[in-house]
Every structure is written in structure tokens, then in C-alpha cells.
Design a binder for this molecule. Structure first.
Ligand code: AGP
Length: 606
């Protein structure tokens, strides 16, 4: 996601800010920019080095704001790079987050003759502050008045050339931390750019703004009430700060799942009508109404998300679906016609096998849609329409939070297509309401991470693992096995529980444990029988069960309980413990969890 960094003090602000952006690079970005009130603004696409090369030698000033952009609204271009300004070029804003109601605000401001130069939601805020400054005649009050009109998420750094020493920030749903130095103060998205200057910080809370000068910091609520922040001393080094204090990016990203799910559904549910509002599909909505067949193409973890999507779409939208790995699809002679949708799922948006599959499908006349995390990526650009995950950059090679977002996005697409067809408003409402409850249910599972760590230690000597599931959780068995094998390098395989008797059961003995996903759903009894088959052959079992399913204890050696949810949404919950189990299993082996051997985060080759 984007990164903000601001400074006010006695040092050369450009040097402090550019240096700080380097330590924010890990967050993933596509462009960068800086504003110094006495010197002006410079922006560049690509690496921070490109920005540094463009900043003139005499770019002097002792305060300023800087930004790394992870595009959400508007392509990754120099024009869309932050900071963004008002008409007069006096108010400059760097923003992390999404302003949901930016279109309605922008329309109002255009009627008041404001002129916009970018496609971003952020620029709207600069003009809104300009408009409120005319009324309030006070920078701080103008910012507060503006933030009270905004809906969405923000972590901000705002500068005003007429008050160069003062920088204002605000926090709603996107982290902001103040750095408190000696005659200098800082604002950043996380402590990493601050730590080389000071370890004294204050974390802002949602709904708070802060005003910093070289000698002061004041925190207020949006009701103008003064808040006394709680200073903390950060003991992390920069690397730890980039991981949010977690040992690995993978664990940090697993723990981000509740926030990621909220960001994936944000602004996309009309609960009272049981509808999904997917702006990225609006342009093809009529075509989607007539679609007769969906082919999902993806690779790896994204492919397993597609397999879950198949169950969702067939059960709730009544559309025939087939799911293909990109590397196979592109070499087959697929039968495709104009009534077929090709739905590509890709976190990076650059996986060549998936990309070539899309190209093959489009050559044969299919409408190509995308579920992609990386804004402006090749797959995002080459599909005809689609939806972005808004999961933020995923640094760990093993895909975790992106997978949760992919499953969530597929449930939104199912809702969208289902309600175009026979799905009732009542059913749509049930799905929408349950999606809103999932972040809290995921938190409950994440609260068991120590237990998952103990299970990983208990089974640490295993050289093999079988993962079994049925129906919606058959793909989760496959994904759980992939997570374990790709970061711990042991043999792990997933299979449909019903398929065990056709071969895999032969492997089972006391040294070959099984992870069995046995939630209280339409195939629960079948799963219990399958677990009995394993127990009869002395196989050890870790069962994933729904809270309250006490009978599982009589069959499994260990049980991980997850909250109850709709069967179609249960993979979103069942994936989490398997991600944690794989993480702790690999971590205790001392392996490079974030960058496992032989693998790359984005496979842009055949
Ligand atoms: C999953 O943990 C792996 N990193 C890998 O299977 C990955 O899901 C696959 O390469 C697809 O990547 P994409 O989603 O970026 O297309």
C-alpha cells in the first residue's frame, strides 16, 4: 500500500524525506513524489532513485511531505503520483487509503470551478481543503472540516505553503505514526523512516488529526477536542519496523487478513438489497447477464481460489464453471464462444501462464475479466473488465492475504451474477451480512496463533502430510498442502477426502499425519467417516472443525476450532489456520519463510 512521510525541523527536508522513502520501498509502489514549501514539488514513476535523480541540488527547505504510491484510483503515472495540490498550488496532500465518496465531492467542486489534473481520489482532498480554507480562514480548521466530509480510509500528510513549518496529518483506517525529535518532528505510515532520527513515537488513532511544527505536536479529534497522545519508545530496528514488529512479512500478512477483507468489500455491498456493487464490472453488466459459461484461469494459490469460485458460482449463480491452470489452458485447444467469460485470478497481475491464457481466450472471442491485486498490471490492463483486490502489496512469496481477498472477491462476483439471475434478495442479504461478520471471525482464529505454533512443533518431525477436504473445502486442502510444501519443503499433498480410498489411503500410517477439514457443513458426516478410515490405519489427524463440534475430539488427535459461517464463505475461515500452521512449521525449521528456495513472488516466465 502507499507510504507517507513528512518532516519539519532544522535539517535539509529533501534529504530527510528522500532517505525516508527508501525505507518505505518495501511497501510496494509504482511512483513517488515530494513537496517542499520553499522549493516546490517533484514526482517520478518507478523507483525512488528516479525521483532522487530529478530533485535539483538547490531544492532547499526545512519541511515537506513525501509519498510512495501503490495505485488504487488512476494509472501509475507521474500526473497521478502524490502529493496532489489545490488550484493555487498552495495546499499539498499525500494520502494512503481510499476516499470512497471522492466522485460526489469532485462533482461539487467542479461546479465551484475547481480544476483537476489527475484521476486520483486524493486530489479531491486538496481542493476540498482549499474550499474550506475560504470559509474557515484557518488551515487546521479547514482540514478538520474537510475530513468530516470524507468517507473512506486515509493516512495523510498535508502541507500549506503559507505556513511552511506546519504539517497536518489525519488517520482513518490507515496507520499514521508521529516521530518526536529534538526540535524536529515527523509523520509516517510506519516507524521505519523515523527510527534513524528518533525512537519516540505516538501512534494516531482513527478519527484523530495531528499538527506538527519543529517544536510542537498537537492531536485533536474531528470535533476539535484536544487529545493527549501516549508516547512510546520503539525498540525495533528498521527491518522489524517494516514487518510491523513481526518476524516475517508472511506472518504480518496473515495477521492483516481482517483488514484486507474489509478493504476488499469496502463500498461494494448494498446490504439492504443483498447486492454487490462492482464498479469494475458495470461496463459489461449487460453482457454478464447473458453469459452461459465461465472459465476461470489462474496458477498456484490463485487457481485454488478459482476452484472455490467454481462451487460458489455454480451453486448461487447457476452458471457452469470450469477452472484451468494457465499453463495447461494455453496449450489446449479450448472450445470457447462469445457466451463464455474468461475470469483470470492473479495477485501480481503478471503471471505469464495466466496472461497467455487470457490472450488465447480473447483470440477465441471470450470476454476477459480479472480479479487482480496489482493496479495497472499487465493482466489488469489486458482484461476487458474486472475488480481489484485492494489487499495491498503482498511481500511474502507464499500468498496468504491475497488468497483471502481472492475468495472474498469471488463471493462478491457470485453475489453480483447470482442477483442478476435467480438468487433472491433474502439470500443476497444473508451473504452480504455474513461477509461483514467475517473480519471478527478471522480475528478469533488469529487469536489461536500460539496454539497453531504448538501444533507445528508437535508435528515438526513429519516428512509427509496429507490434507483432505470436501466440496468448498476440497480446494482449501489443496491450498493448505501448497502452503506447507512451498515454505517447509516437505512432501504435502491435498486430496478430496472421498478420493482417499482410490489411492492416497495407502500412504497412511503412524508416520504420515493428515490435516482434515471437517467443518459442520453439508459434507460433515462424510468427513467424519473419512477420518475414521485414517484412524483405523493408525494415522494421526489434526482436524479443522466448527466451534461446538465435540464429536470430532473422539476421532482426531488434535482439533482446531473455527467459528460457524455460511458454507460458501467457510474457505475464507478454514484457510487461515492452515496458513498459520505452515508458517510456524517452516519457521521452526529455520527456513527463509518470506523467500523460499527455487520460487519467485511473480512468475513472469513460462
Ligand atoms: C502461492 O503461495 C505461490 N506464491 C504461487 O502459487 C502463486 O499463487 C502463483 O504463482 C500465482 O501468482 P499470481 O497470483 O501472482 O498470478
Amino acid at each position: 500500500m502507499c507510504g507517507i512521510f513528512a518532516y519539519t525541523g532544522k535539517k535539509n527536508a529533501a534529504e530527510v524525506l528522500l532517505d525516508g522513502l527508501t525505507s518505505l520501498e518495501y511497501r510496494g509502489y509504482d511512483s513517488a513524489g515530494i513537496f517542499i514549501p520553499e522549493a516546490g514539488t517533484v514526482k517520478a514513476v518507478g523507483a525512488v532513485g528516479n525521483l532522487k535523480a530529478k530533485v535539483p541540488q538547490n531544492f532547499k527547505g526545512q519541511s515537506g511531505i513525501a509519498h510512495l504510491r501503490w495505485a488504487t484510483h488512476g494509472e501509475p503515472t507521474e500526473i497521478n503520483a502524490h502529493p496532489h495540490s489545490d488550484c493555487a498550488g498552495e495546499i499539498w496532500v499525500a494520502h494512503n487509503g481510499i476516499i470512497e465518496n471522492y466522485k460526489e465531492i469532485k462533482d461539487k467542486l467542479i461546479k465551484k470551478k475547481h480544476t483537476f489534473v489527475s484521476d486520483t481520489d486524493t486530489e479531491v482532498l486538496a481542493h476540498l481543503i482549499e474550499e474550506n480554507l475560504k470559509k474557515e480562514n484557518d488551515f487546521e480548521k479547514a482540514v478538520i472540516a474537510s475530513l468530516r466530509e470524507v468517507r473512506g480510509t486515509y493516512g495523510l500528510a498535508i502541507a500549506y505553503s503559507k505556513e511552511p513549518e506546519k504539517i497536518i496529518t489525519g488517520r482513518m483506517g490507515a496507520p499514521v505514526v508521529l516521530g518526536l525529535g529534538e526540535n524536529e518532528n515527523f509523520i509516517a505510515s510506519d516507524p521505519s523512516p523515523i527510527l534513524r532520527h528518533t525512537k519516540n513515537v505516538i501512534y494516531l488513532r482513527d478519527g484523530e488529526i495531528a499538527v506538527i511544527t519543529p517544536s510542537s505536536h498537537n492531536i485533536y479529534t474531528l470535533d476539535h477536542n484536544r487529545v493527549i497522545g501516549t508516547p512510546e519508545t520503539i525498540e525495533w530496528d528498521i527491518s522489524q519496523a517494516q514487518k510491523g514488529g513481526y518476524e516475517h512479512f508472511m506472518l504480518k500478512e496473515i495477521m492483516e487478513a481482517p483488514e484486507v477483507l474489509k478493504n476488499t468489500i469496502r463500498g461494494r455491498l448494498i446490504v439492504k438489497d443483498g447486492l454487490a456493487k462492482l464498479g469494475g464490472l458495470e461496463s459489461v453488466a449487460d453482457k454478464l447477464r447473458d453469459v452461459k459459461r465461465i472459465i476461470i484461469v489462474a496458477c498456484g494459490t490463485a487457481y485454488y481460489a478459482g476452484l472455490v469460485g467454481e462451487y460458489m458460482l455454480e451453486e448461487y449463480a447457476g452458471i457452469p464453471v470450469e477452472v484451468e491452470v494457465g499453463s495447461e489452458f494455453r496449450y489446449r485447444k479450448p472450445v470457447i464462444d462469445g457466451d463464455t467469460i474468461l475470469l483470470a485470478i492473479s495477485q501480481s497481475g503478471e503471471t505469464l501462464d495466466t496472461l497467455e491464457a487470457i490472450r488465447e481466450g480473447k483470440r477465441k472471442g471470450a470476454l476477459a475479466l480479472g480479479v487482480v491485486n496489482a493496479i495497472g498490471s499487465t493482466i489488469a490492463r489486458e482484461t476487458d473488465a474486472g475488480i481489484y483486490n485492494h489487499a495491498g502489496p503482498e511481500i511474502g512469496v507464499a500468498s496468504t492475504k491475497a488468497f483471502i481477498s481472492q475468495l472474498t472477491a469471488l463471493s462478491l462476483i457470485t453475489l453480483f451474477l447470482g442477483r442478476q439471475r435467480q438468487m433472491s434478495a433474502t439470500m443476497g442479504k444473508r451473504i452480504a451480512e455474513e461477509l461483514l461478520l467475517l473480519p471478527e471471525k478471522i480475528e478469533a482464529i488469529l487469536g489461536q496463533k500460539e496454539y497453531l505454533q504448538s501444533l507445528a512443533e508437535k508435528y515438526a518431525d513429519s516428512r509427509d502430510f496429507l490434507y483432505i477436504g470436501r466440496k468448498y473445502n476440497y480446494p482449501i486442502a489443496l491450498e493448505g498442502a501448497l502452503k506447507l510444501k512451498e515454505i517447509s519443503y516437505i512432501h504435502a499433498e491435498g486430496c478430496g477426502a472421498g478420493e482417499m480410498k482410490h489411492g492416497p489411503l495407502a500412504m497412511i500410517d503412524e508416520n504420515f499425519p493428515t490435516m482434515a477439514i471437517a467443518l459442520r457443513d453439508s459434507v460433515y458426516e462424510k468427513m467424519l467417516s473419512n477420518m475414521q478410515e485414517i484412524k483405523a490405519r493408525k494415522g494421526k489427524i489434526i482436524a479443522l472443525a466448527t466451534e461446538g463440534s465435540e464429536e470430532v475430539r473422539g476421532v482426531a488427535d488434535d482439533v482446531i476450532y473455527v467459528p460457524k459461517t455460511l458454507e460458501m464463505l467457510s474457505p475464507i475461515l478454514s484457510a487461515i489456520p492452515l496458513q498459520l500452521f505452515a508458517y510456524y512449521f517452516a519457521r521452526q525449521k529455520g527456513l527463509n519463510v518470506d523467500r523460499p528456495r527455487n520460487l519467485a513472488k511473480s512468475v513472469t516466465v513460462e
